[in-house]
Ligand binder design. Structure first.
Ligand code: MG
Length: 203
């Protein structure tokens, strides 16, 4: 089973619960409708990778996201995560109303910075993604349609979160294709200070 780093520990998530369409400007950029309910899909443990790939049967697209680790009934740690997506395939699946797993749950489709423990979900939590030093994405909790506490409550109405499970909270605008050789730097900030950071060179 794949692991993620949480402070000085390693944790084995049983699953990754992902939120789709949580930032209005990202919904607009993909031409999607604002959902009536929280959009949720899953990635399995086997999706976790420490490497950033640019290609898996087709070119991959990045989505930078604030990611929370669930332990003992609450979000206990936060990381920057990349929800890698086969956008062309996802578009074809969406048109037919089919599940997204082939486009979202493949091996290596979930990449995380180290998780840093948090006492609570601070409302100032924000993310930034830079590619080759240029900022491509920026977002924070204030821009989310569904805030982390609402997401946790909604998931809990129908699915048990196990200790170590991860929730990816959706991506702000600025998604795009990954090109081999690009250097991705993803950061999480709290009150303007970087609290965790990941850096990957795309393969
Ligand atoms: Mg996403």
């Amino acid at each position: 089973m794949k692991k993620v780093k949480v402070g000085t520990r390693s944790v084995v998530p049983s699953k990754i619960v992902c939120v789709g369409r949580n930032y209005v400007e990202h919904i607009d950029e993909l031409g999607n409708e604002i959902p009536e309910n929280l959009v949720i899909f899953l990635k399995p443990n086997s999706a976790i990778s420490e490497e950033l790939q640019s290609f898996h049967e087709e070119s991959l697209h990045y989505e930078g996201e604030l990611c929370f680790l669930f332990e003992k009934g609450r979000f206990s740690a936060v990381a920057f995560g990349l929800d890698l997506t086969k956008r062309d395939l996802q578009s074809r699946l969406k048109v037919k109303g089919l599940p997204w797993e082939r486009a979202k749950a493949f091996d290596g489709s979930a990449v995380f910075s180290p998780f840093v423990p948090i006492a609570a979900v601070h409302p100032s939590l924000a993310l930034e993604l830079a590619i080759d030093g240029g900022q491509m994405q920026a977002g924070d909790i204030s821009l989310m349609m569904y805030k982390p506490d609402t997401i946790l409550a909604e998931i809990s109405t129908f699915m048990t979160l196990e200790d170590g499970d991860i929730v990816m909270t959706g991506t702000p605008k600025g998604v795009g294709m990954i090109k081999a050789g690009e250097v991705f730097t993803g950061k999480v900030m709290q009150e303007g200070r970087v609290i965790t950071e990941g850096r990957w060179r795309a393969r």
